[in-house]
Write a protein that binds this ligand. Structure first.
Ligand SMILES: NC(=O)c1ccc[n+]([C@@H]2O[C@H](COP(=O)([O-])OP(=O)(O)OC[C@H]3O[C@@H](n4cnc5c(N)ncnc54)[C@H](O)[C@@H]3O)[C@@H](O)[C@H]2O)c1
Length: 256
């Protein structure tokens, strides 16, 4: 297990699912963690869990689309933790609409939270990452749906595919731009993860299971900790020669 002793991590969307798993894992491995979420209540309850387990956590509230709020939240986080070494751009959402039903509002919401949000948060966190010196690293949450379309409910979600395709190239472009500061930037691409990401979707439902089983080589959904483990690795010095990649953590979904 990598050690993140004396490291300071900012995790967006840390109040639920994968973000919660990442925050808990990094804290368990020694990092002090700032949990950024639009939902104060859920982020605070994750922070409480971390503190109960002996870790260090602080909550900051912002919508990743709101530059002013993000700037303020990052300043608060940076001051509370004494700097920021790691950024995990995890906040994201989806709306389940087929192409012909997708509205301009849905398109803007999904593109802005999933893709522009990473641009805004990374730009605002950059002074702290630059100051952190050796070991500064960013991990973005992509998905297998940046590579292939998935039509679990009869149609894919074009706005979600477009947003995460954007994340894939944003990761490479930021890796190129930020290499001058010694900051590594990578992405992870999960397949299905058992969270509340798609409201009403049960990973135990027979139809959902058989759809997934047909594509997964490892016949189960990922847990948030499966994804957090890969993110912890990509942030660690064990990954110090890896930048600009998108690592599938997908139970083999992309193999065939
Ligand atoms: N669950 C999956 O199957 C899956 C698969 C591949 C990729 N992902 C990606 O993983 C990331 C996390 O997904 P999850 O499954 O943990 O979802 P989740 O819904 O459980 O958690 C998302 C978190 O992001 C926060 N959030 C949403 N919009 C925000 C905003 N505008 N500003 C700040 N915070 C915001 C929410 O409050 C929530 O705490 C997303 O980027 C998603 O695209 C998820």
């Amino acid at each position: 297990m990598p050690s993140h002793e004396n490291r300071r991590a900012l995790v967006t969307g840390a109040g639920s699912g994968i973000g919660r798993g990442v925050a808990r894992r990094l804290a368990g491995e020694g990092a002090a963690v700032a949990l950024l979420d639009v939902n104060r209540e859920t982020a605070s309850s994750v922070a409480d869990e971390i503190i109960r387990d002996g870790g260090e956590a602080v909550v900051v509230v912002a919508d990743v689309r709101d530059r002013v709020a993000v700037r303020e939240a990052i300043a608060t986080a940076g001051a509370a933790l004494g700097g920021i070494d790691y950024l995990v751009n995890n906040a994201g959402l989806i709306t389940m609409s087929a192409f012909e039903q997708t509205t301009d509002e849905e398109w803007d919401l999904v593109m802005d939270v999933n893709c522009k949000g990473m641009f805004v948060v990374t730009q605002e966190a950059l002074p702290y990452l630059r100051d952190a010196g050796e070991g500064a690293a960013v991990v973005n949450l992509s998905t297998v749906e940046a590579e292939v379309v998935v039509s679990s409910q009869g149609s894919c979600q074009v706005h979600y595919n477009a947003s995460k395709g954007g994340v894939r190239m944003l990761t490479k472009a930021m890796a190129a731009e930020l290499s001058r500061y010694g900051i590594r930037v990578n992405a992870v691409a999960p397949g299905p993860v058992a969270t509340n990401f798609i409201p009403g979707l049960s990973h135990d439902d027979v139809d959902v299971r058989s759809f997934m089983d047909a594509r997964l080589l490892i016949k189960r959904s990922a847990t948030p900790d499966d994804i957090a483990a890969a993110i912890s690795f990509l942030l660690s010095t064990d990954a110090s020669y890896i930048t600009g990649v998108q690592l599938p953590v997908d139970g083999g979904w992309l193999v065939r």
